[in-house]
Design a protein around this ligand. Structure first.
Ligand code: GDP
Length: 315
C-alpha cells in the first residue's frame, strides 16, 4: 500500500506527470503537487514551510534540472548546484516532518564511463565518471547517498531508483537541450514537413543506449514504494540497447521521413555504452512492458497532439 498523502515533486516533468497519471488510477490516494512558482525546491525555508503544513507520508522526488548531452556540457554549474540544493532541502524537510517513504530518482549516468556492461548497481563509484554529464551525475550520487545514510543512521525508508534513458509523453523537445529521442522525433518530423532530403544527427551514431518508456518507470516507482525492504538504489531499465544510428532509422520510419540520415562526428558521442543490468529489480517482481518500437509510435502520436494543442515542451 502506498501511504497517502503523496507529494510528487516535479509533477510537471515527464516522470512526475507519468507518476501522477498512475497514482490517479488508485482509489483513495491524495496526491499533492506544487508548481515551481508555488514552491521553489531550492529554497530551504519554503520547503520546510510546505512540509510542515502539508505533512505528506510519501515523497516521490522526480524534480531535477535535466537536459541532454549539450545542455549538461554547457551548464555544469546549474546542473550541480540546482540539483544539490533541491535534494538537500527536500530530503531534510522530509525527515524533519515525518515522511515515512521517500523515493529518490536519479539516472544511470551516475555510473562510471567505463563501467562493466551490463552495469550492476555495485559499479557505483568504482572509477571516473563520463565528463559530459559529470555535474548532474555528482548531484544524483549525493542524493542517493544521502537517502542511504538517512536510512542507515535514522532508520527511515528512504531509497532510490536509477532509470536508464527515458522517453514518452510530456518530453522536452528543445532543439539543442533535449535528449536524443525527442531531439530526433522533432528533427525528422520537421524535415518531413519541409521536404528535406537529409537529416543530420549528432555524433558518430555508434554509441549504444537503452530506452525505457516513462509509463514503465511509473509502474516501477509505485512497485518499489510498496516493498518492505527495497534496495538502497536499483537500476530501472529494459537491459536491451540500440545504436544511436539504428534509433535514428527507427524514428525516421515512424515519422515517415524517407530521406538520407547523416552523422556529425564533430558533436560529442558521450559515453560509448550505458546498458543496465536489471536483475535486481526483476528479482523483486517488476519487468518493463512497453517495447521500443511501440513506445516510439505512441510517443510520436503524443508529440503531434502536444504540438497541435500548442503545449509542446521546449525549454
Ligand atoms: P546521453 O545518453 O547522456 O549521452 O544523452 P543524449 O540523449 O543527449 O545523447 C545520446 C546520444 O545520442 C549521444 O551519443 C548523442 O551524440 C546522440 N545524438 C544524436 N542526435 C542527437 C540529438 O539530436 N540530440 C541529442 N541530445 N543527442 C543526439
Amino acid at each position: 500500500m502506498i501511504e497517502s498523502p503523496v507529494f510528487v515533486a516535479g509533477h510537471g516533468g515527464m516522470v512526475g506527470s507519468a507518476v501522477c497519471r498512475r497514482l490517479a488510477s488508485i482509489p483513495g490516494i491524495e496526491v499533492i503537487t506544487r508548481t515551481r512558482k508555488e514552491l521553489d525546491l531550492c529554497e530551504e525555508s519554503q520547503v520546510n514551510e510546505f512540509f510542515s503544513k502539508n505533512r505528506p507520508s510519501t515523497v516521490i522526488f522526480a524534480s531535477a534540472k535535466v537536459g541532454g548531452i549539450h545542455a549538461n556540457k554547457t551548464f555544469p554549474v546549474e546542473f550541480l548546484s540546482d540539483n544539490l540544493r533541491q535534494e538537500l532541502a527536500t530530503i531534510h524537510a522530509s525527515y524533519r516532518n515525518g515522511v515515512r517513504r521517500f523515493l529518490f530518482l536519479g539516472s544511470t549516468c551516475i555510473y562510471p564511463r567505463m563501467a562493466a556492461q551490463p552495469i550492476k548497481e555495485q559499479e557505483l563509484l568504482s572509477s571516473p565518471l563520463e565528463q559530459t554529464n559529470e555535474a548532474y551525475a555528482l548531484a544524483k550520487i549525493a542524493g542517493l547517498k544521502l537517502c542511504q545514510y538517512f536510512r542507515q543512521q535514522y532508520g527511515v525508508m528512504y531509497h532510490s531508483a536509477m532509470p536508464t534513458n527515458l522517453y514518452g509523453p510530456g518530453d522536452n523537445y528543445h532543439p539543442d537541450h533535449s535528449h536524443v529521442l525527442p531531439g530526433l522525433i522533432r528533427r525528422f518530423h520537421e524535415a518531413k514537413i519541409r521536404g528535406d532530403e537529409t537529416v543530420t544527427m549528432w555524433g558518430t551514431g555508434t554509441p549504444l543506449r537503452e530506452f525505457l518508456h516513462v509509463d514503465d518507470l511509473a509502474e516501477a516507482i509505485l512497485h518499489l514504494c510498496q516493498l518492505d525492504n527495497p534496495p538502497d538504489w536499483v537500476n530501472v531499465g529494459t537491459s536491451v540497447d540500440v545504436s544511436i544510428l539504428d534509433l535514428a532509422h527507427l524514428v525516421a520510419k515512424t515519422v515517415g521521413f524517407t530521406g538520407k540520415i547523416l552523422t556529425d562526428p564533430t558533436k560529442p558521442d558521450g559515453t560509448p555504452r550505458k546498458l543496465t543490468d536489471t536483475t535486481l529489480i526483476r528479482s523483486t517482481g517488476w519487468a518493463p512492458k512497453i517495447v521500443l518500437e511501440r513506445g516510439i509510435v505512441s510517443t510520436y502520436e503524443c508529440f503531434l497532439k502536444e504540438q497541435g494543442a500548442g503545449d509542446l515542451r521546449s525549454k
